[in-house]
Ligand binder design. Structure first.
Ligand code: MRU
Length: 347
């Protein structure tokens, strides 16, 4: 264990609540917040108390369990429908959110057709959310094991955003690969791009690497091309929020830039991809909805204004890297290449 957990379900005498590590406060403060309604969970996802594609999927699943603790049978179905809607509207890009909600909807329908009462609906939903949690843990470990085999024994790896324990339930995807390689005794050094505007690289990934005692260096996003030009990067490893059937990959803004630079310098560019992040209903990345976030994320740094009043801002949270720039998609089923099909996501 890395010493922190982004998501926790707590059973209480009144039922239960969802506890999230407030990632906005890291690395300065370890603060856990408790949530008891789907609306407040959706707000926490929107405000990025919790973030990272796998983590928000599991969070939404737990968020859906909350109404059945507090509502009786006649009103429960309506409450659950409202919960699905509010959670689905929290953030648009990471498909794990919708994937997890669909899984939960299937469980609800099965419980209903079995004529379950409120108590067993509650239990079935909670069991399903716990199962998603466990699944994420296992998928992370499996893909990290596949990723390690691709790396030389001594490697400088460039990573963007945060894809570790904080972005998942426990182990991480791209950072999981880096972590696994370190655990296996490879000499790994991670270059972490800071990830403007929210600085997930500088604050969250650096925090995880420091906790795990994995050597790392933080650089501003604009320094990555120069770092590659100087021959200091053996591979780029990133995560993803949604991957279309042709391999086009939505991930944190700046990822595309890293992919182009890696191509220009002949450096392998890997995407760590749980198959839950694959959206084969979309033929290309052109159809992936890209979230745009508030302008203050760019004009202010931790509440301090850095641009003139009235400055116009474009703040896409993600970009789309063409599938052709990706050397390999490291999944829990091995290293895959597009085009992705139904078979790619079948267990
Ligand atoms: O806006 P964020 O912080 O939720 O964006 C996170 C990323 O882009 C991650 O790379 C992605 O979700 C994969 S996390 C395993």
């Amino acid at each position: 264990m890395s010493g922190f957990q982004s998501i926790r379900w707590e059973e209480t005498t009144g039922g239960g609540s969802l506890v999230l590590l407030d990632q906005r406060r890291l690395p300065f403060e370890t603060l856990y917040l408790s949530f008891e309604t789907p609306e407040s969970v959706a707000q926490a996802i929107r405000d990025m108390v919790v973030r990272g594609a796998p983590a928000i999927g599991v969070t939404a699943a737990y968020g859906l369990c909350l109404p059945s603790l507090r509502w009786s049978e006649p009103g429960l179905r309506q409450r659950l429908d409202a919960a699905f809607a509010v959670l689905a509207a929290s953030r648009p890009t990471a498909v794990n959110l919708f994937w997890a909600l669909e899984r939960m909807r299937g469980v609800l329908y099965a419980a209903e057709s079995a004529g379950s009462d409120n108590l067993s609906v509650r239990q079935r939903l909670l069991d399903a959310a716990h199962a998603l949690f466990e699944e994420d843990r296992n998928v992370n470990i499996a893909l990290s094991d596949y990723g390690v085999d691709l790396l030389p024994d001594k490697a400088n790896l460039l990573h963007h955003c945060n894809t570790g324990s904080l972005a998942t339930v426990e182990y991480g995807t791209a950072l999981g690969i880096i972590r696994r390689a370190h655990e296996r005794g490879k000499q790994i050094h991670a270059y972490l791009s800071e990830t403007r505007p929210r600085l997930q690289g500088a604050s969250l990934s650096a925090y995880e690497m420091a906790t795990l005692r994995i050597p790392y260096t933080v650089l501003v996003d604009g320094a990555a091309a120069y770092l590659m030009q100087k021959g200091n990067v053996d591979a780029v490893v990133v995560g993803c929020d949604r991957v279309a059937a042709n391999g086009d990959t939505a991930n944190k803004i700046g990822t595309y830039m890293h992919a182009l630079c890696a191509k220009a310098h002949g450096i392998p560019f890997y995407v760590a991809m749980p198959t839950s992040t694959l959206d084969i209903s979309l033929s290309s990345g052109a159809d992936i909805p890209v979230e745009e976030r508030p302008s203050e994320e760019v004009t202010e740094i931790r509440g301090v204004r850095i641009a003139p009043e009235g400055t116009k801002v474009w703040n896409p949270a993600f970009d789309i890297t063409p599938g052709g720039l990706v050397t390999g998609f490291i999944t829990e089923r091995g290293v895959l290449h597009p085009p992705f099909t139904v078979e790619s996501i079948q267990k």
